[in-house]
Ligand binder design. Structure first.
Ligand code: PEP
Length: 256
């Protein structure tokens, strides 16, 4: 059992929610509830909320992340934000390859790889999302698909850089649907990801990498999910928008 070798991380993904006053209110409500957390606590927020939330979390244990970044350093990419821009602000984490970006914004395994490398080069920590669609699971190709996504996303990423990568296993059929993977299903695929990392970087590096589960994790089901041997916390969408629910998940990971 190598769970003690790595840090559990509970990261909220606020998606396209919250104006600046609402963001301040939410993060102020979260801070005291998670002050005693025994895991890393991250709020990944819309670009427009980054400055507000960075200011609000000063002196607390809550870390701040963005929800995406572009892979070029600068240039004619209207509407995009670079990894350097995030790093300069003091942002620590960035979500890359979320299934909503893959589904709605043309994200591919190749662009996920480019964004991952750009974010790591800028000194950001990456929460790299992988996961199968329902049809993939029904066709029995979940393990192969998730291994492939992991492999392509990490192409060119060094063992040293891997220390700044968290992988989030997020079955697409479980995101925002209320359908959670069973604890066994979540653990099984997280273990496949860890085995893939072991092939690429060796067992020691794989054992040291945080692998989260994400997909309708909530205050009720978190404890069972985060207690699994290969599940090191979670990426939380809907439930991260309610301070008491998010705090209950953090508490479950602390006990985890
Ligand atoms: C997510 O957005 O990464 C997510 C897991 O969403 P939800 O918790 O709402 O399923």
């Amino acid at each position: 059992m190598n769970k003690a070798l790595r840090k559990a991380v509970i990261a909220g993904n606020w998606k396209m929610n919250k104006t600046r006053p609402e963001a301040k209110e939410l993060v102020e409500a979260i801070k005291p509830l998670v002050a005693g957390a025994g895991c890393e606590v991250v709020a990944c927020v819309p670009f427009t909320n980054l400055e507000t939330v960075l200011e609000a979390v000063k002196g607390s244990n809550v870390k701040v992340g963005a929800e995406n970044c572009h892979f070029e350093k600068s240039g004619a990419f209207t509407g995009e934000i670079s990894a350097d821009m995030l790093a300069e602000m003091g942002v620590e984490y960035v979500i890359i390859g979320h299934s909503e970006r893959r589904q709605y914004f043309g994200e591919t395994d190749e662009t996920v790889n480019k964004r991952t490398r750009a974010a790591l080069a800028a000194g950001l920590k990456v929460i790299l999302c992988v996961g199968e669609m329902l049809a993939d699971r029904e066709n029995g190709i979940t393990d192969e698909l998730v291994a492939m996504q992991t492999k392509i996303a990490l192409k060119g990423v060094t063992a040293e850089e891997l220390k700044n990568v968290i992988i989030a296993y997020e079955p697409v059929w479980a995101i925002g649907t209320g359908k959670t993977a069973t604890a066994e299903q979540a653990n099984e695929v997280c273990a496949v990801i860890r085995a893939t990392l072991a092939k690429l970087y060796g067992k020691e590096a794989a054992d040291a990498t945080t692998i989260q589960y994400g997909g309708s994790m909530n205050a009720k089901n978190a404890a069972e999910l985060v207690a699994q041997p290969d599940v090191d916390g979670g990426l939380i969408g809907g439930a991260s928008l309610k301070a008491p629910d998010f705090a209950a998940i953090v508490e479950a990971a602390t006990k985890g």
